[in-house]
Design a protein around this ligand. Structure first.
Ligand code: F6R
Length: 366
């Protein structure tokens, strides 16, 4: 049932090219300059009325919201609040009929996410669910559902479901931008071509898994690990650190690179590992200067960078390269090495990767 892989998690990591195709391609016909969002009832007029967007979820699913915030605000100029459901539901958030609420859930059964959905519906907001489990409670109760076609995810730690959620977020955010006239047909075609190229690019990252495994074994005894980046890289750092905590039980912190010197850099010492995320071309130099600061304090640095940016080799101890794509789509590619790295650290430390201690696949109580 594991298809020859040692664990479900590894199998699911390797399924991602297929998952991405299934989630994206049927919605991106090549003979039309349109995104076909089956299950979404919002008209152009409805979209024009939206004055704010909430993206609410828990854990890994909530990091889809951080990516969504960057994308929607930068292109469509609608304010987006990305929030975890357990906070959202108890703080009397401001919602009205012109609010679009997007909830994200693999299981479709997460108690806090469901409670957030119900609050939003009560206030008259329109709720879209990005959901993996067909017919789940969130799928049934949301006004609209955009399914992620990841298939059943067995490993407790989410991998392929998150990649599929990112795909769904790319589609919704591009759709909103198109309806608002914020991107041209040419720009849309360029993004569509890049989306079509993502599965092959994921394959080229999967082909590097032996190298990533070696790095994981080399650094598995690190005392503490920081994941740092700016912008979309910062959003991706959240997921990298969570994977390491939950399956490898290593203390890992995601941090906005520019915020390090406001406190946490005090923790950097010999034996610290810093994973530097560098897929935002315009922020490359800024993050590199933060990487130099941690190097000077004794950290080892593993960089995840775009192919061709070899100058990082002068600063980082190790570099994993990911293929170039449109800036809009870097997050999905950049996250794959993080998954493989966490997986092999957990294997190297002898942990039960598919069933980490204290965790359940579906959190149906708050
Ligand atoms: C982490 C992980 C969890 C879930 C979270 C939400 O690997 O799997 O953080 O993302 O519990 O679950 P869903 O998406 O089912 O609502």
């Amino acid at each position: 049932e594991k298809g020859g892989y040692d664990h479900f998690m590894l199998k699911e990591i390797f399924e991602q090219p297929r998952v991405v195709k299934d989630t994206l391609l049927p919605r991106l016909p090549l003979d039309q300059d349109e995104i076909l969002l089956d299950g979404i009832s919002l008209s152009k007029e409805d979209i024009e009325k939206i004055n704010q967007i909430y993206i609410v979820a828990c854990g890994t699913a909530s990091y889809t919201g951080l990516v969504g915030k960057y994308l929607v605000e930068r292109i469509s100029r609608i304010p987006v609040i990305s929030e975890i459901a357990s906070e959202f539901r108890y703080r009397d958030p401001i919602l009205d009929e012109n609010t679009l609420m997007i909830v994200v859930s693999q299981s479709g059964e997460t108690a806090d996410t469901l409670a957030a959905l119900r609050m939003a519906k009560k206030s008259g907001a329109h709720v879209i669910g990005i959901v993996n489990a067909v017919g789940s409670t969130i799928a049934r109760e949301a006004d609209d559902v955009l399914y992620t076609w990841a298939g059943p995810e067995i490993a407790v730690a989410s991998t392929k479901a998150y990649s599929a959620q990112l795909c769904a977020m790319y589609l919704i955010s591009i759709k909103i931008a198109m309806e608002l006239g914020k991107i041209s047909v040419e720009e849309f075609r360029e993004l569509r071509d890049e989306l079509y190229a993502i599965p092959k690019k994921i394959e080229t990252i999967l082909e590097q898994s032996d190298k990533i495994k070696e790095l994981a074994y080399k650094y598995k005894d690190s005392k503490n690990v920081f994941y740092i980046g700016r912008g979309l890289d910062f959003a991706v750092s959240m997921e990298g650190a969570l994977k390491l905590k939950e399956i490898a039980y290593l203390h890992a912190e995601p941090y906005a690179a520019g915020e390090l010197k406001h406190g946490p850099i005090a923790l950097i010492e010999d034996g610290s590992l810093v994973v530097g995320l560098l897929a935002q071309e315009e922020l490359f130099d800024k993050t590199v200067s933060n990487i130099k600061e941690v190097k000077a304090r004794g950290a080892k640095v593993l960089a995840i960078a775009l192919e061709g940016n070899t100058e990082i080799e002068k600063t980082a101890d190790e570099v994993i390269y990911v293929p170039r794509t449109h800036w809009y789509l870097t997050s999905i590619l950049e996250n794959i090495p993080q998954q493989i790295f966490a997986y092999y650290i957990a294997v190297g430390l002898g942990h039960d990767v598919d069933k980490p201690r204290n965790l359940a696949k579906s959190v149906t109580v708050e």
